[in-house]
Design a protein around this ligand. Structure first.
Ligand code: KG4
Ligand code: ZN
Length: 330
């Protein structure tokens, strides 16, 4: 069965086709980043309008690239949440309408399930069970994964998500949007001369809190000379603090569950320092570490096509209602 996957939860329009035996057939992504960067962040109304403009042409492009006819598509998967309501509705309404027109099932996919299954698209996918660290712009979650749909939340951020903390810290350093990659690039020119806290690591548990790091960065910035080198050093100190905090919590999650596989996914998993630090920890713990390829760390249609395909194979699908949930626990 060929499954068409559609992602429109935030500022990327993603479309892909996946087949359980033939793998990923085709995938395309249109990023709205340039449009939103003028405003310093994602403008929800502009995001919805741009998805409306780009989604149908992107579906046509993906179909043409795959050389498949619409009649060969066996199911449609769409991101139903969490995300921006208007943006989600564009994907959900388009997917639901196409599925009705083509008389095939449509399945609603949880965006974070898409992220956590993204490493399954790689040549050496992880085996269940594993621990997943999901670090994106909207969420920071540690999850025990025993199979498709068998998720146990081990810990989460009590305030800002890791990506949100990157974006807000980048903004206060005047780096603009998108903050995460820009802060990360600047950090490479700095040294972590300031010591930032490692929030919530001095007590048991697997929850996170990143909003204090952003405040710490602001106070440090206001108290220093504000030179380019100061900014780079603050970026490096911030990134090191996030990275070491994630390492401590992941090590704890592996020890607590007794599992020896760790999956790391979501936009922040593209960060080089974080990937390196988690790699060192995993080898010391004799654990296997899995990442999606960098282009599938951030939002994309391929992960939704994959997750939706697994759901459809397990017999899940939605009725004719358009299903969109801006807030949706995993
Ligand atoms: O998963 P994603 O594309 O969208 C959400 O589901 O939120 O993640 C986007 C987040 C943003 O906060 C972005 O700044 C962050 O991932 N990000 C990074 C890097 N690349 C993207 N953060 C740190 N370092 C990066 N290289
Ligand atoms: Zn995402």
């Amino acid at each position: 069965m060929y499954v068409l996957g559609i992602e429109t939860s935030c500022d990327e329009t993603g479309v892909a086709i996946y087949h359980p035996q033939h793998g990923l057939i085709s995938h395309f992504l249109y990023s709205q980043t340039d449009m939103h960067s003028e405003y310093g962040g994602v403008v929800p109304e502009l995001a919805s309008r741009d998805h409306i403009r780009k989604l149908v042409p992107l579906i046509q492009q993906t179909l043409a690239d795959s050389r498949l006819l619409p009649a060969q598509i066996g199911g449609i998967a769409y991101t139903a949440g969490p995300g921006l309501m208007g943006a989600l509705l564009v994907g959900a309404a388009t997917a639901r309408s196409l599925a009705w027109a083509w008389q095939i099932p449509a399945v609603a996919v949880h965006h974070m399930e898409g992220h956590l299954l993204a490493p399954m698209l790689e040549a050496h996918p992880p085996q269940f069970p594993f621990v997943a660290l999901l670090i994106s712009g909207g969420h920071t979650l540690l999850v025990r994964v025993d199979g498709i749909g068998r998720y146990q939340l081990l810990g989460e951020s009590l305030d800002d998500a890791a990506g949100e903390a990157f974006d807000k810290t980048a903004k206060l350093l005047g780096l603009g949007y998108p903050g995460g990659p820009r802060l990360s690039a600047l950090a490479e020119q700095g040294q972590p001369t300031w010591v930032f806290p490692r929030p919530m690591t001095d007590r048991p548990g697997l929850d996170f809190s990143f909003s204090g790091l952003k405040t710490f960065a602001l106070n440090t910035f206001n108290a220093c000379g504000k030179t380019q080198q100061d900014k780079a050093d603050i970026a490096a100190a911030f990134q090191t603090a996030v990275s070491e905090t994630l390492v401590i919590k992941c090590r704890r999650a592996l020890q607590q569950t007794g599992l020896n596989s760790l999956v790391v996914a979501g936009g922040v998993s593209a960060n080089k320092q974080i990937r390196h630090a988690l790699g060192e920890m995993a080898s010391k713990e004799n654990a296997e570490l899995y990442f999606p390829r960098p282009e599938f760390c951030t939002d994309n249609g391929a992960m939704i096509a994959y997750a939706g395909c697994q759901r459809l194979l397990a017999g899940h699908h939605q009725d004719l209602r358009i299903f969109a949930r801006p807030r949706w626990p995993i």
